[in-house]
Design a protein around this ligand. Structure first.
Ligand code: C2E
Ligand code: CA
Ligand code: CA
Ligand code: CA
Length: 278
């Protein structure tokens, strides 16, 4: 340890080591959580922008720890990507998503799609696509009802093989959504050849609806995405003003707190059953 009184230095290193301690504690807890499957999937509805009916759901992982409470995925997923646990966690997400989707389909809810988030590390595993396909097949869910979300950075930083992988998945009926679009600095020429089905516009663009320049970009992105044959999802729709603009611009699908927060499978089941009765 350094001597005290060296300006802000001591303070800084104290903070740093405290942060490291916290990280290693979380890391240790993460190992335990993985072993004991202490995770849960929540599901957030994605609705048709005209009818507001639920078209699909995004599975979002939740980790509740008795000591720390909810540890947000924004915090532990990046950590799991560094320590390699993302592979095991990701496999669990796939199995659990299939299991839950099967339950819904067996109860008569057959027209809902389910999206899972896949990280770059998972995708870079050469066995990933084949294993995903097998898991889906073995689960007995209706083909084509489970799809994956990949962030823009995952795809643009990826190797050329990723394109082949994505084409293969799509040929097997596993659609691909490009997540967080607009945050990864992908070039337009890149977009031209992208083997994807759905483009999810990042929340930051939705938050800035009202800003003139932002809206020009947003409108252009929607037009461009449609011309390239993609469906467009707007994420983080929170206000009526957002909704009005997005509907006017022809955005296909909407996701955000205005419609629903991520919820447990039980709550989503009630919601879906209510909808089918309407
Ligand atoms: P994401 O994939 O971009 O997921 C959307 C995030 O935005 C979710 O946060 C969701 O709860 C939140 N959100 C949805 N609507 C609104 C809204 O109207 N307003 C605001 N402020 N937020 C909204 P969440 O669940 O905390 O997840 C954060 C990130 O963690 C995800 O961002 C994704 O990158 C990652 N993540 C979550 N689950 C998984 C998973 O199973 N696997 C992997 N690899 N990553 C995951
Ligand atoms: Ca996502
Ligand atoms: Ca996103
Ligand atoms: Ca995000």
């Amino acid at each position: 340890a350094k001597k005290k009184g060296k300006g802000g230095y001591q303070h800084f290193s104290d903070n740093l080591s405290r942060q490291n301690d916290e990280f290693s504690v979380i890391e240790q807890k993460m190992h335990e959580a993985v072993e004991n499957e202490r995770f849960e999937l929540y599901f957030q509805p994605i609705v048709d922008s005209n009818t507001h009916r639920i078209v699909s759901l995004e599975a979002l992982i939740r980790w509740y720890d008795v000591e720390f409470g909810f540890i947000p995925p924004d915090k532990f997923i990046p950590l799991a990507e560094k320590n390699g646990l993302i592979t095991v966690i990701g496999d669990w997400v796939i199995r659990e998503a299939c299991r839950q989707l099967k339950i819904w389909q067996d109860s008569g809810i057959v027209d809902i799609q389910l999206a899972i988030n896949v990280s770059a590390i998972q995708l870079n595993n050469p066995k990933f696509a084949q294993e995903l396909y097998q898991t889906i097949k073995n689960s007995g869910i209706i083909p084509g009802t489970l799809y994956i979300e990949l962030t823009e950075t995952t795809i643009i930083n990826g190797e050329q093989e990723i394109f082949v992988t994505l084409e293969w998945l799509r040929s097997k009926g596993i659609r691909v959504a490009l997540d967080d679009f607009g945050t990864g600095y992908s070039s337009l020429s890149y977009l031209r050849n992208l083997p994807i089905d759905i483009l999810k516009i990042d929340q930051s663009f939705i938050r800035d609806i009202n800003d003139k320049n932002n809206n020009v970009i947003l409108s252009a992105v929607i037009v461009m995405a449609h011309a390239l044959g993609f469906k467009v999802v707007a994420e983080g729709v929170e206000e009526r003003g957002h909704l009005a603009f997005l509907v006017k611009e022809g955005c296909d699908l909407l996701q955000g707190y205005m419609f629903s927060r991520p919820q447990t499978a039980d709550d989503i089941t009630r919601l879906l059953l209510k909808e089918t009765k309407e």
